[in-house]
Design a binder for this molecule. Sequence first.
Ligand SMILES: [Zn+2]
Length: 244
Amino acid sequence: MKLDVLAIAAHPDDVELCCAGTLAALARSGKKVGVLDLTRGEMGTRGTPELRLDEARKAADILGLAVRENAGLPDCGLENTVPHREVIIRFIRRFRPDICFVNAPEDRHPDHRNAAQLTLDALFYSGITKLEVTGADPEPWRPRHILHFMQHWPFEPTFVFDITDTIRIKEKAIRAFASQFDAPEDDEGPQTYVSSKRFFEALRGRAREYGQQIGVDFGEPFLYYGGPVPLRSLDVLFSSRPER
Ligand SMILES: [Zn+2]
């Protein structure tokens, strides 16, 4: 199946936290959107890999994804090596996405940084005609554009996507990972940095903050390193008025 968009991230729930509002908006507009989770999140303090797979499936339905796959690479063990790149290349040549969303190049969790570099290199090598990968389509493929989403460490975004119409869908998809987020007050499992109500509210606060920067209610920030963003219309400038 040819996809328009593929989001690739270290852990199941990374894309929900960082770019789910944008993915839901793209899916709603008719784009074929997929997610590739690189690991099963088996090192997570709460929940089990099986539970998180089930939660990832529920979140995929909520976001309107065409497909969601898990690469089965080791959580806390992502490495920019030939075997790990080849796993990703098999998916890239199969789904042939035009746009890829990937982890931020710098972040608190080493898996996020490693996933970003591993994925960038896999996307590049996937486009090399003579690179043969066992089990992969021999046709090379490289996406047109790569966007990094923001996770823990903030950065100065290249652009902010308006998710005012899809923030409810995003939050519903995050809540599908019930083992990880927004735990009830009387929950008996181990509390983590991400399981508290405060973390969930901080997520909405960040969406509010970046929305404010572009003059809308909620937004998701992205980094783009592909040079000048090619535009054929300035409609977006005529229809927006951020406070500056
Ligand atoms: Zn993560």
